[in-house]
Design a binder for this molecule. Structure first.
Ligand SMILES: Cc1cc2nc3c(=O)[nH]c(=O)nc-3n(C[C@H](O)[C@H](O)[C@H](O)COP(=O)(O)O)c2cc1C
Length: 187
């Protein structure tokens, strides 16, 4: 049964609603990558699609993060959806790192962007990598919302077990409950 709507139990805690309610939105775990010349960073994050034609996704980045600043400077980002075996990558990328290159500092193997897709590295071994050019940037509360057009992508068809984030925990996908839809909605 749904609990009745309530104010967060501790109103002095500014993240209480995020912890109690937003954490109930299940997400695939993504690594957001960005670069400006030799400076490269990445951050654990989430993404959703917002257009099929042209293909576009949205991400929300905290303006204090290095990845966010590199996206603003370069106008490009990558989104790598992690496989269940890559939880350690999510844990490492979720912290900031010293030095110019977070990929090297945290031993996260980069996947170079194809020519013309901008310099943002993806993450080797992911289920799928989307290379995006920023379409629009908008302030949303304490984050910046970037929409990006997918200008290149790579999918590993052999990898289907996505790493998920739900209830402030990492999780694995369960079992499928239908056949693949042969037509209709594209995703
Ligand atoms: C599961 C998970 C999801 C996250 N999602 C986001 C997100 O959507 N946006 C964001 O700005 N930070 C998110 N973070 C936090 C960043 O990954 C974290 O602040 C990171 O240290 C930023 O690194 P940077 O400063 O090198 O860019 C998330 C962290 C975790 C563990």
């Amino acid at each position: 049964m749904l609990a009745s709507p309530a104010m967060p139990s501790d109103t002095s805690d500014r993240y209480a609603v995020a912890r109690e309610a937003l954490s109930r939105i299940p997400h695939g775990v993504a690594i957001i990558g960005a670069a400006d010349g030799a400076e490269r960073s990445c951050a654990t994050g989430t993404a959703m699609y917002v257009s099929f034609v042209p293909p576009m996704v949205a991400i929300a980045e905290h303006p204090g993060s290095r990845t966010c600043k590199l996206i603003q400077r370069s106008g490009a980002f990558s989104v790598s959806f992690l496989h269940a075996s890559q939880q350690d990558v999510a844990e490492r990328a979720g912290r900031s790192a010293e030095g110019l290159d977070k990929f090297t500092a945290l031993k996260i193997k980069p996947l170079e962007a194809p020519g013309g897709a901008g310099g943002a590295p993806g993450v080797e071994g992911s289920i799928a990598v989307l290379w995006c050019r920023v379409h629009e940037t908008r302030e949303t509360g304490d984050h910046l919302l970037f929409t990006g057009e997918v200008v290149a992508h790579l999918v590993d068809p052999a990898k289907v077990d996505a790493l998920l984030r739900y209830r402030r925990r990492y999780a694995h996908i369960g079992h499928v409950t239908s056949e693949e839809a042969p037509e209709g909605y594209p995703t």
